[in-house]
Structures are given as C-alpha cells and as structure tokens.
Write a protein that binds this ligand. Structure first.
Ligand code: SF4
Length: 445
C-alpha cells in the first residue's frame, strides 16, 4: 500500500534540493509526497546547522509533531540534514521519538534505511559518502517542474573558516561529473525550467577532471548558455578566493548569467578575516568587485556579515561599515556572531550583547538604506521578470527580476514561465509591485 511522506525543510537552497531528491528517491519504495504534515506515514525534518540554536529548534519541532500525532499512529520520524550529521548520537539518545538519523552524504541510502526500519531496525546513517550519494541520484530523474530549478553541482568545503560547521557536516569538497550535471540540466529544462540555479557550499570551487582536462563552473555556465529554452542562469554560494578570471569573464560573454552576485565577505577588516581563517583580504574582494563593475556596471552584489566576531574592535567594525558604504550591497544577511559547537571560534571570548546589538543595528541601517534605495529606483520603470507562479491568494503573479528581487504583479496566468515586462508602481524593502503592460516599446531596468 502507498505510504505518505512529508519533508519539512530548513535553511538553504541545498537542503531544498536534497529534499526534492529524497522525494524522487522514495517513490521507488512506494512513498508519495504529501503537503499535509498532520497526516503522514513518514515525517522528515531536513535540518540546518547554520542558524542559531539549531539543535534546540529540532527538539522544539519534534515536540510539536508529537502533539499533532498524540492520538494518531506515530509517523516514522527521520532527522536529516546538517544537525543530524553533527549531533547524531546525542539526539538519538535524548529523543527516542526519532527513528532514523541520516546525514546529507547518506541520502542515497534513504530507501534502504526506510525499508530496514519498517522491518524494525533503528538506524543511523551519517557517513561521508558523497560520491555514492550522487551516483545514486544520477540514476533517478530530477522531477522538479519548477520554472526556477536548483541543480547541485558541488558539495562540501575544504576552507575551514573558524566559525563554520559546513566542513564537518557536509564533508570535503566534491564536484559532480560535468556530463551528469548537464544531463540533469537537460531533464530540468525538459520539465519546464527556464532558470537554473547552480548550487554548492563553495559553488565556484567546482572543479572536475576528465581526460586531464579541468572543468570549472565557467564551463558549465558556457554550456548552459547554449540551451535556447533556458533563459536565466544563477549560482550560489560562492567564495571570493574562487572568483577566478574565467568565471569573471563569463559576465562578458554570457547573456543568460544574471548580473547579481551573492559573494560573502563576513567582515571589512583584514585582521578579523585572518582570525576567521577566511583566506582572502578586503582588497582582494574589492578587486573582484571592481573587475566585475568594469565589465558591466549594472552588476550588483549581496553578501553575508558576521558582526562582533571575537576580537572585533570598534575600528574593525568601522572598516566593515566603510566597506558597506563603498560597495552598496543591494541585499545582504547580517548576524551577530554565535558560536557553533565543535568549531574553533566556539572557544573564543564573546563580545558583550549590548555592543553587538548596537553594531548590528548600525550596519543594518546602511544595508537597508541601500536595499530600499535600489528598490525605489525601479518605481515608474519597466523591469524584465521571469514569471514563476501565482501568489498564494491566486490573485496575482510572482516572479523575479534580474537582481533576484521578488516582483508581485497583475497579469494573466498564461505568462507563467515567460519573461515579461512589468511596470513597477511601488516597492518596499523586500519586493516590487506592479502590472504587466502589453505592446509598449519600453526600456527594461
Ligand atoms: S567557505 Fe563557507 S562553507 Fe566553507 S568553511 Fe567558510 S563559511 Fe563555511
């Protein structure tokens, strides 16, 4: 008999991609995706370790699920993702409601693990076995039929920033075979994808060797450019050290590569970058920015900032502030440093809360000013939007412009999957609002 499976996904796009691949996989053993979390046979929490208090949030979630199922049959409770990888033993001991713990590099074993559990064996799968994982998923067609589809090309990280758990939870860098990625891209395009977002923890570190030739992300972008049905290409998340000239040159030659780059810097102080073990300097970052702006002045940046990293003085913070004023990032993430167990930075002395909050408010003030200003610059203009779907209330359409801004607009459902020109009437910090205007000669922003 067919069983239902519900996956609640936390965190980044890579987790979202993994969840979809799990759905594709478990179909083979008779599990069908459900959107009803109150009535499922298998409940998967695909967790994220990046944000604050990740472990506590998982216990809280499980408490909530227990309440839902108090008077019903308990679902098979699967803990997946980075928290599962990092905390597997402890969580199994502390929370008997969890039946299966499976780390991101063991998802190719999910069918086998579920089958074994159904024959009543409690199971923990948290080995780093990335190659087998992708070999397995390569054989299962990616059924995503989204207009904007994710495609993982690389996993893991060898950089070991002192604050980050990714090298421990996702393992060393692994790049998927070039032809397997293109094969998956073709299947996504066949299913209607008009935009492909290449994913990886260090996506621009992609490096695959075949017959002594190295294939980089630039080669992938150049190949994807050739598919006429594909309209847009993006990639995330990149590291400044891997912004090599071949990738920068893609912005000269590729019309489908969007002029918006998320490039985390974390701090504007070289001293702090060194303490973080970031392996790049502020000057190197600015150099990348200037090279790209020279190629196309329209290119915009977003970034990540860790505020009050241990050792950050007022001068260091002011360096970050000056960087934010120089590079007018149009959309960024900024957080007060919070230690992750098992990392080097977890042992360092924290900066007091009051100072940290003041610094965060100050930096966000400037980040938000740029963001709002950029959004307002679209008011009264036409922007090119890739229409993705209807809004939840079904009254409007949703899509994104080149800079990845959400655009909500009035228009016909026939436009889903198409590039349309939308006249922007008003904006807020996060979104642009407008309507499609047909048959007008227009200059798109
Ligand atoms: S480069 Fe990114 S993923 Fe790798 S350790 Fe640093 S922050 Fe983590």
């Amino acid at each position: 008999m067919e069983k239902k499976i519900f996956i609640k996904t936390f965190g980044c796009q890579m987790n979202e991609y993994d969840s979809n691949r799990i759905y594709d996989s478990v179909k083979k053993i008779g599990f069908k995706k459900t959107d009803d979390q109150t009535n499922t046979d298998c409940f998967v929490l695909n967790t994220c370790h990046i944000r604050d208090k990740a472990k506590e949030k998982v216990y809280h979630e499980i408490g909530r699920i227990k309440k839902i199922y108090r008077k019903k049959n308990k679902p098979i409770m699967v803990l997946a993702g980075c928290v599962a990888q990092a905390e597997n033993q402890e969580m199994l001991k502390r929370e008997p409601y969890i039946d299966i713990v499976i780390g991101p590099q063991s998802y190719h074993k999910i069918n086998e693990t579920l089958k074994q559990f159904i024959s009543s064996v409690k199971k923990e799968e948290t080995d780093f076995d990335t190659i087998s994982k992708f070999e397995y998923f390569d054989k299962i067609e990616n059924k995503s039929n989204k207009i904007s589809a994710f495609l993982t090309i690389q996993e893991g990280c060898d950089k070991f920033c002192n604050f980050c758990v990714v090298p421990f939870t996702r393992g060393p860098e692994y790049s998927r075979p070039f032809n397997k990625i293109l094969y998956e891209a073709e299947s996504l395009i066949k299913n209607g994808a008009k935009e492909i977002i290449l994913l990886g923890q260090n996506v621009n570190a992609y490096s695959y060797f075949e017959n002594s030739k190295e294939y980089r992300i630039s080669n992938l972008i150049n190949e994807l450019e050739k598919y006429s049905e594909l309209k847009r290409i993006r990639y995330t998340t990149s590291h400044p050290r891997d912004m090599t000239d071949d990738l920068i040159d893609c912005y000269k030659n590729n019309k489908k590569l969007m002029p918006f780059i998320h490039l985390p810097i974390q701090s504007g102080s070289n001293k702090i970058l060194k303490l973080m073990n970031r392996k790049h300097t502020v000057e190197e970052y600015i150099n990348i920015y200037e090279k790209l702006k020279k190629i196309n002045s329209e290119i915009e940046f977003s970034s990540d900032f860790i505020i009050s990293y241990p050792g950050e003085t007022n001068n260091d913070f002011n360096d970050t502030l000056n960087l934010v004023k120089k590079i007018k990032f149009i959309n960024s993430y900024s957080f007060i440093f919070s230690p992750r167990p098992g990392t080097k930075a977890a042992e360092l002395k924290l900066i007091d809360n009051e100072t940290s909050k003041e610094r965060l408010n100050e930096i966000q003030k400037y980040l938000f000013i740029h963001q709002i200003k950029k959004n307002r610059s679209f008011e009264g203009k036409f922007v090119e939007v890739l229409t993705e779907n209807r809004t939840k209330d079904k009254l409007k359409l949703f899509g994104r412009n080149k800079f990845n801004n959400s655009v909500i607009f009035l228009g016909d459902e026939n436009n889903i999957g198409k590039l349309v020109k939308v006249k922007i009437e008003n904006t807020n910090q996060n979104s642009l609002f407008g309507k499609i205007q047909k048959n007008k000669s227009m200059k798109a922003a």
